[in-house]
Design a protein around this ligand. Structure first.
Ligand SMILES: NC(=O)C1=CN([C@@H]2O[C@H](COP(=O)(O)OP(=O)(O)OC[C@H]3O[C@@H](n4cnc5c(N)ncnc54)[C@H](OP(=O)(O)O)[C@@H]3O)[C@@H](O)[C@H]2O)C=CC1
Ligand SMILES: CC(=O)C(=O)O
Ligand SMILES: [Mg+2]
Length: 761
């Protein structure tokens, strides 16, 4: 075990102030409700509400199972808390638990496409919570209990499981147990241990601790090999102080009384208690190759650095995302409920939990394919001591865990619906993935691995300062704000932001020691285009886009982001005065459209108004290059209002000629056209043209002209509920990205990351 690679700690990626801003900005909180049916006409209203709604009412009254067909019940989970054990922060009350419960609800949506409402119940009385929830069974397909303290959580869950015919799952108990069990299975494998011989200490005899023990015993852990501890020390047979029936079930005959006694010689320890509960001495006293899961949130029982300073043979996991081996129930609850809902399970039983744990453990042992490597901080993880459990962004989770859970439900007779074709089910699950997730997280992780110096040209603007801080705090690199230092600091103070000089530099163009070099550089470029030296000096002194672009042109920074205060085409002209087109390339704009149906690139959304055939061919080549940089294999459709020659028209002719130009260039990607958008995107419509050369729906759309490109992407954003990123500038010799006027800090950070990733290069 001495070949252990040192465990890295990354910088915290946000400040307290950013966390508050994140929650308060825009619509406060993290959730909204969206209608799934149109409500546009009188007829829609008649169908959705009275009188049309009476029809499903009567149908459900006759056969309640039809609620799964006619209402949202089958995909709806209630996230219920009374706030008595919020993370590791203790009893903070129902209201304070709302950010966590909203968070849980958005994670359900993000990771498993499950709709969830948060329900904060303002009572600590177990019976009152039970009564509040028991009557909600008609509403929900499942109930996720969260952050309710022991022992009330046991009483509440057990009773609700008896009373309700939908799964009731206390996530802090079983979600945690499932993920920790998956991690333990793999850690035991790596250290050559047999679970039946392993000596485990569990510190924390609450919801999470007790449930972990129940599950591990079902997996083969021997009761006599486990010591459970709480604030009073070891839970031994005969102890009376601070006991309850759930602790008593795990009490053992032992002379050990303290946590320190218990950990002496132990093979493994689970921390499910509070920050700082493990001392150096306790860690030192454990057996060789100890397994230490310090899972208290947000701060573990002992830090990764503290353990590393004591010994180099430990396998260490925490609940945190900023260290390797994150044991967090987010890996479980979305997928466990997905599987349970898809077979309309009446409960989540032990077999389903074990199936989930085993599926997770096995997934971590599999080779990580290319498309997944990006989710792992840009480096390909390999099963080992720093990778015993998949990361939450692993896109394979959605097609791996739910089928295992659904199958276990079917095998144990708690499914009300069967899945017959598991291959088709897996494909369906993959389609549920949030399309915005993969591509952008890949870009961010790549930049995080190779941090960049990015210039934020409009450094005196509040949202730009906020974005620069966020960029730096996320570990994406050094942010450079261009502006007058006093103005930047006043704007920062006004926004309540503190500029950390180690992460964010402020450059005043006029005072910069590089000012003369930039002016001279610009003069050499522009002297034969009607510019005097003093014109160039003035551009460098007074125009932030020219100064920022010169920084990148002369190698003082890696990329520029601008556009908050100046319109797109003006900003692009500024930049192109300083930075050349990349030799052999064409400058175009590509918009990245993240839609529910998948990710599609649209070009040219920024530069050439009426491209001729050659220009269209070049646009296709540049856009295909962007697709490849994003990890997509391009299938390029050259769009028109016509499909393969019908109806005839001037623009369509250009498009058809462009296809011939591409034929002549022997490019190495799939392309075809002219074709209408529906033919390009819809497999069935494409099938009417069996000679079409695309092997599937297009993922790169080359528009016949700028107006159609711009209009269609904006409509997609406004009406189609898609996220449209861009236009991204492609084909410049240095990375520059331009946001739209009035962009938010989030837009800016995203564009800065894309510039740092050199999306356009
Ligand atoms: N990583 C993850 O996914 C998850 C982590 N957790 C973390 O686990 C912890 C417990 O959560 P949960 O079980 O829901 O909470 P509970 O309130 O149900 O239980 C807390 C338990 O911790 C014990 N405890 C508190 N302080 C100490 C201490 N200094 N030494 C020993 N035991 C102590 C309590 O002892 P007593 O009974 O004597 O009061 C109690 O048994 C929290 O930090 C939480 O963040 C929880 C769920 C998921
Ligand atoms: C992760 C979680 O649910 C907790 O710490 O409570
Ligand atoms: Mg919790």
């Amino acid at each position: 075990m001495s070949d252990q690679t040192p465990t890295r700690r990354r910088r915290p990626t946000f400040t307290d102030q950013e966390a508050l801003h994140f929650h308060a900005t825009g619509r406060p909180g993290k959730l909204e409700i969206m209608a799934t049916k149109p409500m546009a006409t009188q007829r829609d209203l008649s169908l959705a509400y009275s009188p049309g709604v009476a029809v499903p009412v009567l149908a459900i009254a006759e056969d309640p199972a039809l609620a799964f067909d006619y209402t949202a019940k089958g995909n709806l989970v209630g996230v219920v808390s009374n706030g008595t054990a919020i993370l590791g922060l203790g009893n903070r009350g129902a209201m304070a638990s709302k950010p966590v419960m909203e968070g849980k609800a958005v994670l359900f949506k993000r990771f498993a496409d499950i709709d969830a409402f948060d329900l904060e119940v303002g009572t600590e009385d177990a019976d009152a919570v039970i009564n509040c929830v028991r009557y909600l069974a008609p509403t929900f397909g499942g109930i996720n209990l969260e952050d309710i303290k022991a022992p009330e959580c046991f009483i509440i869950e057990e009773r609700l499981r008896e009373l309700m015919d939908v799964p009731v799952f206390h996530d802090d108990q079983h979600g945690t147990a499932i993920i920790a069990a998956a991690g333990l299975i793999n850690a035991l494998h790596l250290t050559g241990r047999d679970i039946r011989e392993t000596k485990l200490v569990v510190n924390g005899a609450g919801a999470a601790g007790i449930a972990c023990l129940d599950l591990l015993k079902a997996l083969g852990l021997r009761p006599e090999n486990v010591l459970l501890c709480d604030t009073k020390g070891v839970v031994y047979a005969g102890r009376t102080d601070g006991m309850n029936q759930w602790k008593s079930a795990h009490a053992v005959e032992t002379s050990k009384r303290t946590l320190a006694d218990a950990m002496d010689g132990a093979d493994a320890v689970f921390g499910l208690s509070v920050k700082g509960a493990f001392t150096d001495e306790m860690i030192r006293s454990m057996a060789p190759n100890p397994i230490i899961f310090a899972m208290a949130n947000p701060d573990p029982e002992i830090t990764v650095e503290e353990v590393a300073a004591i010994r180099d043979d430990a396998i260490m996991a925490t609940g945190r995302s900023d260290y390797p081996n994150q044991i967090n129930n987010v890996l479980g609850f979305p997928y466990i409920f997905r599987g349970a809902l898809d077979v309309r399970a009446t409960t989540i039983n032990m077999e389903m939990k074990i199936a989930a744990a085993q599926a997770l453990a096995e997934l971590a042992r599999e080779d990580v394919p290319d498309e997944v490597a990006a989710a792992y901080q840009g480096s390909r993880p390999r099963f080992g001591r720093d990778y015993i459990i998949p990361v939450p962004f692993d896109p394979r989770l959605i097609s791996t865990v739910p089928p295992a859970v659904a199958k276990a439900a079917m095998d144990t007779g708690v499914a009300r619906k069967s899945i017959t074709d598991f291959r088709a089910y897996r494909t369906e699950l993959q389609a549920r993935r949030d399309p915005t997730a993969g591509i952008l997280s890949r870009v961010f992780e790549r930049v995080r691995k190779y941090p960049k110096r990015v210039v934020f040209a409009e450094g005196e603007e509040e949202q730009v300062i906020r974005a620069a801080l966020s960029f730096a705090n996320q570990g994406l690199g050094t942010a450079i704000l261009v502006g007058r230092e006093d103005r930047v600091r006043v704007a920062a103070e006004h926004a309540g932001l503190e500029i950390d000089g180690r992460l964010v530099e402020i450059h005043n163009a006029r005072l910069s020691h590089r000012n003369a070099a930039y002016a001279q550089y610009l003069y050499e470029r522009l002297q034969r285009k009607g510019y005097l030296f003093r014109d160039c000096q003035r551009l460098i002194n007074q125009d932030r886009n020219h100064f920022a672009a010169a920084m990148v042109a002369l190698g003082d920074a890696d990329a520029v982001v601008t556009g908050v205060t100046r319109n797109f085409s003006v900003a692009l002209e500024d930049v192109r005065r300083v930075i050349d087109d990349k030799p052999g390339h064409r400058v175009i704009g590509v918009s990245l459209c993240l839609t529910r149906a998948g990710t599609v690139l649209v070009a040219d959304t920024a530069v050439t108004e009426m491209p001729d055939a050659h220009a269209l061919a070049e646009i296709a080549i540049e856009a295909a290059g962007v697709a490849r940089r994003l990890g997509m294999e391009p299938r390029v459709a050259l769009l028109a209002f016509s499909t393969f020659g019908h109806p005839e028209g001037e623009r369509s002719r250009h498009v058809r000629e462009a296809v011939k130009v591409l034929d002549g260039m022997r490019v190495d990607f799939e392309y075809d056209g002219d074709m209408a958008a529906d033919v390009a995107l819809n497999r069935d419509h494409m099938a009417a043209y069996p000679f079409c050369r695309l092997s599937g729906p297009a993922n790169v759309l080359v528009m016949p002209a700028f107006h159609s490109a711009s209009i269609s992407t904006r409509m997609l954003q406004e009406l189609g509920g898609s996220t449209v990123v861009g236009p991204l500038i492609v084909g410049l010799d240095k990375p520059v990205q331009i946001v739209s006027l009035g962009a938010t800090d989030t837009d800016l950070v995203r564009m800065a990351a894309l510039a740092g990733f050199n999306i356009g290069g």
